[in-house]
Design a protein around this ligand. Sequence first.
Ligand SMILES: C[S@@+](CC[C@H](N)C(=O)[O-])C[C@H]1O[C@@H](n2cnc3c(N)ncnc32)[C@H](O)[C@@H]1O
Length: 443
Amino acid sequence: MRTAGYAAYTDQLRLLASDVVKGSWRRVHQDVEHALNGQAAQRLRSLVPLQVRRDEGAFFTGGEVRSRVSALMDTGEPSTAERFWDPTCGAGDLLLAAADRLPIGSTLAETVRLWGRRLRGSDQQQPFVDAARLRLLLAAAARHRGEVSPGSINVDAGLRAFRGIQAGDGLALLRSTSSYRGHLLLNPPYGSAPADPDCDWTSGAVSQAAVFVLAAAQALGIQQRMFAVLPDVLRSGSRYEPWRSRVESLLDVERADLYGQFDAQTDIDVFLMRAARRRKRTPSVPAGPWWPAPMASSSVEDAFEVRVGAVVDNRDPHEGPVAPFLTARDLPPSGAKGVPGRSRQFAGRLVTPPFIAIRRTSRPGSRAGGEARAAGVLVTGVDPVAVDNHLITATPLDGGEAECKRLLQVLESSEVSEWLDQRIRCRHLTVGVVRSLPWPGLG
Ligand SMILES: C[S@@+](CC[C@H](N)C(=O)[O-])C[C@H]1O[C@@H](n2cnc3c(N)ncnc32)[C@H](O)[C@@H]1O
């Protein structure tokens, strides 16, 4: 097992649990505090090599994200009889968030029995499962403030109570479940894998997170909820629109809150989803709260034809008429540009100036010197231009340069940059998003 190094940490947790059940709470309570908050993720980074963590999709939900998941679980409904299942539980952080909501018994032994009946989990990595069980035992002891009558419980008995947390393939378990009466907690692996041959919403490489969510949605009983931490591309990427439709045919998506970068060490943007299993499966076009509301009633597509550049330079043959060739490399950061000096033969679609060229790569978040998220450049001239596919073009329907200049102003506005940061966190812009930008020119 490539995560075997993590056993050094579970050994440490076991010693700590043993001290706690022997009644040494005052001496070790701060260590327990660390074990329940952030330490499991720190040890993951120090004990399991980066490549293994990447291959397994292993990063644990600590700190602020875990608090936000806890807040998401506050649905206003009574929580005393709730059950929770995390099919990819790692070291149990989401289960710990759920356990905070569970009542306790009159003794530690009673509490672990009660929690053990309510909490279920699985992970492919045995050391993570061991850590999850030990941390839940420590969390139960912390709720009793370490008050344990000597001899009333030992570590093995405490761990046996959490036998619902087992090593196993969470995806297979979800797929063999229907009408689960309880809530699903999900922060699954995010890596890509080939879609199943019988997958009817996509083909090729697909995010494992998308696959887990659909399996989880199908496993849920009616009106049961899912609380999930997911890569933002599922919320904002055009490629995942069929996935969003599929999700909405199974679930009422109550919240899809953009969070931003997962944590200081994990450079991936995530969002938090809360959704409840629908009574009836209804096919739909995505309409859930995936994105912020449109900023205006008319949009750029009402006044511009927005397309991706047609040239894939290393693939398209040098055939057809010679045309000026516009690439992202030759584009100034902003302003205007005449017809490019570079040229190539191209038999496909050319774009006639004036038009606005926008780089597709665009990083969300703070940019140097207030730079716009979608900076455009006005391209002028007479000859039609072949445009590289790293650029998006917007050609005014009325053909005028004045319209182009108004679009430059729209793109440069801080409101549009902020809206774009909410709407699309992955590092490229899409034609759909540029089309949906507000257009103040009408009405
Ligand atoms: C992003 S981590 C999240 C762990 C935990 N849910 C949390 O939020 O802290 C994903 C976990 O999924 C586990 N995993 C990957 N594939 C799995 C599978 N098929 N079945 C069960 N666990 C899996 C990894 O070992 C890893 O611990």
